[in-house]
Design a binder for this molecule. Structure first.
Ligand code: BTN
Length: 250
């Protein structure tokens, strides 16, 4: 099947553009890609640093045949799809940091921002926009100084400059395959694949949940519905619904 790809030199955010297009009826599999973004967004209102022509900045529209209650799991499914593709170009090095970061050699190489159609929408075929940002051809100097210890790119890891468009096409294919697998077989086998790549598992971490409460403890990985669990030092198990998840400093 042939899917449409819309290329832009510059956009504020490919996610915003893809949402606009999905609201106007764009079909499942449609991709929006920009050479750079002026207001690229990450999770929790953070900015996504988009260096012109060096990264993959794309959003793929999906209209899943799933109960919308299952949509939050799609972030993890997308993480598995992206990591399968990056494994092929980086010799099986990728890991996933809950819920949506792609890590190589312990550093962030990409992130995923999933946004759904408005809950109030009467759309018979609700959509999810999967925004994917990957550092492809970046050299270390392309990142702001304060990020340089925490980030990497496919080029830094492999010494190879991969075609951004080839990566987009391969990622879309893998993503649509994994979404179909989710629809047909359910979440568990994909989640098990995610667990094998869990970057945080067993590590001490700090999580600020949406109520602002700081939890510090050991990451236990996602439960069967994809929610991260953490064991704090008093032995209590906490479910991390959302929030900023980072390694603890001690
Ligand atoms: C994160 O790490 O918090 C998620 C980052 C997602 C960035 C991508 S770049 C393409 C798409 N458009 C956006 O504005 N954000 C996503």
């Amino acid at each position: 099947m042939l899917y449409s790809t819309y290329y832009f030199k510059s956009l504020e955010s490919t996610n915003s553009k893809a949402k606009e297009m999905a609201d106007n009826g764009a079909g499942s599999g449609t991709a929006v890609v920009a050479e750079y973004q002026t207001k690229g967004r990450g999770r929790l209102g953070k900015d996504w640093h988009s260096v012109a022509g060096k990264g993959l900045y794309c959003s793929i529209i999906i209209r899943p045949d799933l109960d919308p209650i299952e949509f939050p799991k799609i972030t993890l499914v997308a993480g598995v799809a992206v990591s399968i593709v990056l494994d092929k170009v980086s010799n099986n090095l990728t890991q996933l940091k809950w819920p949506n970061d792609i890590y190589i050699s312990g550093k962030k190489c990409g992130g995923i921002l999933t946004e759904s159609s408005p809950l109030t929408s009467s759309d018979a075929s609700p959509y999810v926009v999967i925004g994917i940002g990957i550092n492809v051809g970046h050299e270390l100097a392309d990142f702001p100084l304060e990020l340089q210890k925490m980030v990497t790119s496919v080029f830094i890891e492999t010494g190879i400059k991969h075609s951004i468009d080839d990566l987009l096409q391969t990622i879309r294919k893998e993503l649509l395959f994994q979404i179909e697998r989710f629809e047909d077989e359910g979440f568990q086998s994909i989640l098990n694949e995610w667990r094998r790549k869990d970057f945080l598992l067993g590590k001490r971490m700090e999580c600020v949940d949406t109520s602002g409460k700081i939890i510090e403890g050991v990451a236990l990985g996602p439960d069967d519905s994809g929610q991260l669990h953490v064991r704090s030092d008093d032995g209590r198990i906490h479910e991390v619904l959302s929030g900023d998840v980072r390694l603890a400093s001690r």
